[in-house]
Design a binder for this molecule. Sequence first.
Ligand code: GLU
Length: 244
Amino acid sequence: MCGIVAYSGPKETLPLLVNGLSRLEYRGYDSSGVAVVSSEKLFIEKKSGKLSQLKDALEGNTTDGNVGIGHTRWATHGIPNDENAHPHQNEDNKFALVHNGIIENYVQIKEALLNDGIDFTSDTDTEVVAQQLAKEWDGDLLSTTIGVAKNLKGTYALVVVTEHEPDTIVAGRMMSALVLGVGEGEVFLASDSAAILEHTNKMIFLENGDFVEIHDGSYKLFDSDMNEIQREIQIIDWEVSEAE
Ligand code: GLU
């Protein structure tokens, strides 16, 4: 179980994600990756090994996207290699997601998807979630994600983007930490406040079963029945170094 960082706002997304991931390096990891929704297309890069390998692979890349997700992986299912690194995508690459935790019933979900003729590209437990999102897509990322999450057993912090809704991020958690950072016209997500504390000290620590829909730098929180809920914003007054 390792780290997540995500961003929605006006700043250049890619360097911001990579910087956030570097703040999570202290947790240990075996692979890293990013996805940015750029001109309604998903740009993805992921590498096993050190974050420096991801940085080398990203050298010279600029993306114009304002929505992005990043991950450092600590492999639980599938060896550390480029294919098993996150983000994971569905078969036609319309959805991308990062995940911390373990999907305990992934074998059953995968068998059903294989029976549908879906091709998998990784050995992870996580990929079933991306494939299932495409299978259950109902035209709305929040309701599709909540519907898919209802049938997951195990632990997750999940952060999802899709070409179908290029300005939206949807995230949810169950037993894996996920914190929302509230900035001015920008919103962050991270598994650990250390990843985003240099940008904002206003944090909402999501609770089990919470979901968040982020759109154009603002957010709404929901329970697993899609009722809108409120959570208190906490002001974190540690220095970034103390948080790390
Ligand atoms: N279980 C997932 C995997 O092995 C996520 C691991 C993590 O939390 O980094 O890819």
